[in-house]
Design a protein around this ligand. Structure first.
Ligand code: APR
Length: 310
């Protein structure tokens, strides 16, 4: 019996639960929200989709943590989303309080769970959840890299008029404007992207990716959910199926890349034990500088968060 809990039945959480159900890889998905009827309604709606889309995964909506007991994986999306004009950092105090409270309740009922954080600002919410959980860092980490990379891949697919399936890429660093793209590790079916696209066009795509979240907030008045929900579900799948997939994940660094005491996006191997290995890519000077800039920004947000005494 496998069980996944998604905390927060809003846009991202409900999408994640629904995508997971469609994958049909888990016996039960529990969707929990502080607004209990919202979770119950969305879970019931998703369950009624099962006969149409052919899946057996049961989906239960609740506002009671007892229902989350013995979850294998817990995805935390609870919080407030970014509104137009609001930076990710503005979200710190509200979301940190929520994430810490939620983590305490999750841990009470699922001592062996793997926790995936989605709430923003991601790098700091991951730290808050990890510190609160008392779990090893291999079992608490954040989802951002898959999403940022997917945005970059989608933009490239449009520019090159090829299938997004064939674009492989790696983005590292913080989730936000200081993310670190690695064009020399971007390929189209193995062909280096630099052979297929001009420097300026690639630069423009990288910049658009950096602001990818903000672009959607501008269009919709709230932050995105389809790709974020699917990205979190993909991480859950890699864990439950022990796939050992290599994804960029917001992970705790303990000396890797010469950094300590910080959550930052790096490539990892994801399997049934959570983060089974942090992969250290050889970065050149320019890339390392960008990583350090990104880390500096995250450290500033951590400082703000620590100063709040939440
Ligand atoms: N416990 C459980 N659920 C909570 C709590 C709590 N303490 N506080 C808030 N929530 C729920 C809200 O009731 C809401 O249903 O979290 C849900 C958040 O959903 P949305 O407002 O739709 O936000 P969403 O777009 O899903 O984004 C959630 O993910 O991508 C990030 O930046 C985004 O931090 C945001 C998070």
């Amino acid at each position: 019996m496998t069980k996944v809990t998604v905390i927060g039945a809003g846009n991202v959480g409900a999408t994640c639960a629904n995508v997971l159900a469609h994958k049909d890889i888990v016996n039960e998905v529990v969707l929990l929200d502080i607004v209990g009827d919202l979770a119950k309604g969305k879970a019931l709606d998703s369950w009624q989709q099962a006969p149409i889309d052919y899946y057996s995964t049961k989906i239960k909506g609740t506002d009671n943590y007892r229902d989350t007991k013995n979850s294998d994986v817990v995805v935390i999306t609870a919080g407030v989303p970014r509104k137009p004009g609001m930076s990710r950092d503005d979200l710190i105090s509200t979301n940190a309080r929520i994430v810490k409270m939620v983590t305490k309740s999750v841990v009470k009922y699922s001592k062996k769970a793997i926790i995936i954080i989605v709430s923003n600002p991601l790098d700091v919410m991951s730290l808050a959840a990890w510190e609160t959980s008392g779990f090893p860092a291999s079992r608490v980490f954040g989802m951002a890299g898959i999403l940022d990379t997917a945005r970059y891949r989608a933009f490239l697919a449009t520019a090159l008029d090829v299938s997004p399936k064939d674009i492989q890429a790696l983005l590292m660093g913080g989730h936000g404007d200081t993310m670190v793209p690695l064009p020399r590790y971007t390929t189209v079916a193995g062909i280096p992207v630099t052979e297929l696209i001009g420097k300026d066009e690639l630069k423009a795509i990288v910049n658009r990716t950096r602001k990818g979240g903000g672009e959607l907030v501008g269009l919709m008045g709230t932050s995105a959910w389809y790709a974020p929900g699917a990205a979190a579900a993909q991480m859950v799948e890699a864990i439950l199926k022990d796939e050992k997939r290599v994804f960029p994940v917001c992970a705790y660094l303990n000396g890797e890349y010469g950094m300590k005491g910080i959550f930052l996006g790096v490539p990892v191997k994801l399997g049934r034990k959570g983060i089974e290995k942090i992969i250290e890519v050889k970065l050149n000077k320019t890339e390392m500088k960008l990583m350090e800039k990104s880390a500096k920004h995250v450290r500033e947000v951590i400082k703000t968060y620590k100063g709040m005494d939440i």
